[in-house]
Design a protein around this ligand. Structure first.
Ligand SMILES: Cc1cc2nc3c(=O)[nH]c(=O)nc-3n(C[C@H](O)[C@H](O)[C@H](O)COP(=O)(O)OP(=O)(O)OC[C@H]3O[C@@H](n4cnc5c(N)ncnc54)[C@H](O)[C@@H]3O)c2cc1C
Length: 425
């Protein structure tokens, strides 16, 4: 349907407010703009979790938090095509490693895996069989089952302690023991696309910023943090709206609206990420190193071991930590965090004099904790508050792991629901 803006009896177009200009909000706005008068309200100029930082001196954009995509990210790949960026999409083997006692071990090819000294041959075979069997499991059936119990029952204590524990701590910080086994099974079965020499990942060369900019360029965005009130219609910043689609983190929703919309309480984790511009690498060719040592960061992500260094004129390294919004780590001052990160980075042979600059990025609500029995908390698009919709990281396509693809899908799906409810489709 083209140019079918629905008008009410007084000839005024239907008005829809979208809260949040992340990928969910931008997608919903682009899908609805030909049917209604759509305004996005965004609190921060820099945007959502997939937003980028601009290095003005060297003139490039880089995600504040490392981002890559997967072959199965159908909605994201379609969006990239729609906004004419397919020529920028690249697929590469992203090499991974494990760091222990200051040494980094590559873990990609069968030979590297066989050589890894901290697991027995038998455990390595069990791990390979686990990867194959996970793909056949319906992960939803394991929603009520804890990840620790699941790994222990299926693979034993040694693999749990020596292999999975560092990965879980790296991904969920102090919340790791709350996580559902469904999360791990889904992660292994949906997302791993292993080739002989490692996992294949995708990236939009020169940054996902390009997609976000094009999506944002097609819609109206008002930068403010609106207060929503509901009478016959919704009132936001002095204007009336027929429907509201809320895509920001749920803990930021006012109690009044949350209660009326019957939104469950969902605990979120937070992210702290150091991004370093440097003249020098930590490893020769590893993109993602999981840290087995006790450390303030759980992973080192060497972006320029994935994308060409020439695109940036320097090496780019992320140090990633997950935590909770009220944790000491999340609330520590930036200068303290920088010192802490650099001190620990030295353990892996990285010299401080190689650093050009370092920035700390924080996201207070960086994703729901996919805890046991989380399926009951997945938010449907329609809520019990009439014409108030929820879409984003807690929506069905983002279970049991949130992603750019999941948020784009949530934006598309909520738009379909709104179209149906308002008779647009
Ligand atoms: C460290 C990290 C690494 C990641 N890596 C990957 C990856 O490799 N691949 C992948 O696919 N995904 C990755 N993700 C996940 C991905 O970025 C998110 O799932 C996705 O971007 C979420 O989009 P969204 O629109 O649902 O939410 P958000 O991006 O959170 O958008 C919500 C928007 O609401 C705005 N907002 C908040 N409060 C208000 C308010 N009061 N009023 C108005 N607006 C408000 C926010 O500023 C934000 O722009 C990563 C995330 C993090 C944190």
């Amino acid at each position: 349907m083209q140019n079918t803006q629905l008008k009410s009896s007084n000839g005024v177009a239907m008005r829809i407010a979208i809260i949040g200009a992340g990928l969910s909000g931008l997608t919903a706005a682009n899908s609805l703009k030909e049917y209604a008068d759509v305004t996005i309200f965004e609190k921060y100029k820099e945007g959502g979790l997939a937003a980028s930082y601009k290095n003005e001196e060297k003139d490039y954009w880089i995600e504040k938090f490392y981002h890559h995509c997967f072959r199965g990210d159908d909605a994201l790949l379609k969006m990239i095509k729609k906004f004419k960026l397919s020529n920028k999409l690249v697929w590469k083997i992203a090499r991974t490693g494990f760091a222990f006692e200051g040494k980094i071990y590559p873990l990609n090819t069968p030979f590297e895996i066989l050589r890894y000294p901290f697991l027995s041959f038998f455990d390595k075979i069990r791990l390979a069989l686990f990867t194959i069997s996970s793909k056949k499991k319906n992960y939803r059936e394991f929603d009520d089952y804890g990840v620790i119990e699941g790994i222990r029952d299926e693979l034993g204590d040694k693999l749990l302690d020596e292999f999975f524990m560092p990965l879980l701590k790296s991904k969920f910080g102090e919340n790791y023991s709350r996580v559902s086994y469904a999360w791990l099974l889904a992660r292994v079965s949906i997302r791993s696309n292993r080739k002989y020499s490692g996992e294949e990942l995708g990236y939009l060369r020169n940054g996902f910023q390009q997609l976000i900019e094009r999506m944002a360029g097609e819609v109206e965005i008002e930068y403010s943090s609106p207060k929503i009130s509901k009478n016959a219609r919704f009132s936001i910043n002095g204007k009336d709206y027929d429907a509201v689609i809320y895509t920001a983190p749920l803990p930021l929703l006012s109690d009044e609206v949350r209660y009326a919309a019957n939104i469950p309480r969902i605990d979120y984790q937070s992210s702290v990420c150091a991004l370093i511009g440097a003249n020098g690498k930590i490893t020769e060719d590893i993109y993602w190193t999981n840290i087995k040592d006790a450390s303030v960061f759980g992973a080192i992500i060497e972006h320029t071991n994935f994308m060409p260094r020439e695109d940036y004129g320097e090496d780019l390294i992320y140090l990633a930590s997950y935590s909770t919004p009220d944790s000491e780590l999340f609330n520590a001052p930036e200068e303290e965090l920088k010192k802490l990160y650099l001190k620990e980075l030295k353990r892996y042979g990285f010299k401080e004099e190689n650093i050009n600059w370092i920035k700390i990025f924080k996201a207070k609500y960086s994703g729901p904790i996919f805890e046991k029995a989380y399926l009951k908390k997945v938010t449907e698009y329609r809520t019990s508050l009439e014409n108030f919709y929820i879409a984003g990281m807690t929506s069905p396509p983002n279970y049991p792991e949130r992603s750019m693809n999941g948020s784009i899908k949530a934006g598309l799906e909520v738009a379909e629901v709104v179209k149906r409810d308002f008779g647009f489709a």
